[in-house]
Design a protein around this ligand. Structure first.
Ligand SMILES: *[C@@H]1O[C@H](CO)[C@@H](O)[C@H](O)[C@H]1NC(C)=O
Ligand SMILES: *[C@@H]1O[C@H](CO)[C@@H](O)[C@H](O)[C@H]1NC(C)=O
Length: 338
């Protein structure tokens, strides 16, 4: 267990994905955790790593530090035509320490915004105009539940907060961080819900009654957070001039994947493709471990992270779903061309 605890010290990374200006969206800034990491984590002092085979086994460049077998959702999103016309990702923000907190990611962006203003000859209104066309993609919170609230053998958070007050406290911090991003020039912002972490192999292996039934109290706690986040998006859109915040309900989207797994081509939804122990969920995928053969039919790559096949469907939903249950009040394609 020592390994798991150390390995799960919350990793939240700042990734900045940039590319040459394109007509619709000149840039895409990414804030988040291991679900969207493209390798920033490699430079950190942490046991939570993905820079070894078979991570990246289906990625064109192989091992990069991505926590999946292939592309992440934001890799896929970046390849959608009206976002950025090419998969030309460039890493610009590097973290220090064992993880990069959301506050630190926002600070990193502050530096980037200042650099941008200098780049534009000190004309901050020009820089502001440029940033207002960029998309900011933000996803936070999974680790606050997985590696804190529900890691009761290490933290006493759950004795000090109810699930309701914990969600409220996370949303308060989040609100301040997103407001800061707005103040720095962000106008088009996608915030993603926390997915069904009660259904990931790690939690199934620890807490599921029969090894495949999702852990209800974890999912219920996460839904409180998600409801608060959706309200926050509504409030920002009403109150902040020119703000266009989009809420991607990855929880709802993931439910669809689980409920209609056959339709989407997934035959295994309760086990990692690569991992150790019950549900392949007790340890992450180990160096040089043999992963499953049919990776397109697995929902989960390892104890925590979806496969590329699942990421493709999630990214597609966030980009073009017509359902406001999934993307509210509009999808990313509409956001990009707004
Ligand atoms: C700054 O850029 C704006 C265009 O966004 C332009 O209208 C303005 O004249 C510029 N200001 C200076 C001092 O160059
Ligand atoms: C576990 O329990 C759930 C809910 O009761 C049920 O739908 C599922 O089939 C069970 N799975 C196994 C492997 O027994």
């Amino acid at each position: 267990m020592g390994f798991i605890v150390a390995a799960l010290v919350a990793i939240r990374l700042a990734l900045l994905v940039g590319a040459r200006p394109e007509p619709q969206v000149p840039c895409l800034f990414i804030f988040g955790d291991s679900l969207v990491d493209n390798g920033n984590n490699n430079g950190l002092l942490t046991l939570s790593r993905a820079n070894y085979m078979p991570y990246g086994v289906d990625f064109p460049q192989g091992v990069t530090g991505r926590f999946t077998n292939g592309r992440t959702t934001v890799d896929i999103l970046g390849q959608c035509p009206s976002i950025l016309n090419k998969p030309g990702f460039r890493r610009m923000i590097r973290g220090q320490g064992d993880h990069v907190s959301m506050n630190q990611q926002v600070q990193n962006f502050e530096r980037t915004a200042r650099r941008l203003t200098r780049l534009f000859g000190g004309n901050s209104s020009y820089a502001g105009e440029y940033l207002s066309r960029c998309i900011f993609h933000v996803g936070m919170g999974s680790n606050d539940y997985l590696n804190n609230y529900f890691m009761t053998n290490v933290y006493d958070t759950s004795t000090r907060y109810t699930t309701r007050s914990y969600a409220a406290s996370l949303i308060r911090d989040y609100s301040a961080q997103l407001t800061r991003l707005y103040d720095l020039g962000a106008r088009k912002v996608v915030v993603t819900a926390i997915g069904q972490i009660g259904c990931i192999p790690y939690e199934l292996s620890r807490l599921s009654r029969n090894g495949s039934e999702c852990v209800g109290n974890i999912n219920r706690a996460v839904q409180m957070f998600n409801a608060g986040l959706r309200n926050l998006v509504t409030r920002f859109n009403r109150r902040l001039p020119d703000a266009c915040f989009v809420f991607f309900n990855s929880y709802f989207a993931f439910q669809d994947l689980l409920d209609n797994s056959g339709y989407y081509g997934f035959s295994v939804t309760d086990k990692g493709c690569c991992g150790v122990g019950r549900n392949n969920g007790q340890l992450t995928c180990l160096p040089f471990q043999q992963p499953c053969e049919e990776r397109e039919s697995y929902l989960f790559w390892d104890a925590f992270h979806p496969t590329e096949a699942a990421n493709v469907i999630l990214a597609r939903k966030s980009y073009s779903s017509p359902s406001t249950d999934e993307v509210y009040p509009m999808n990313i394609q509409q956001l990009a061309s707004s």
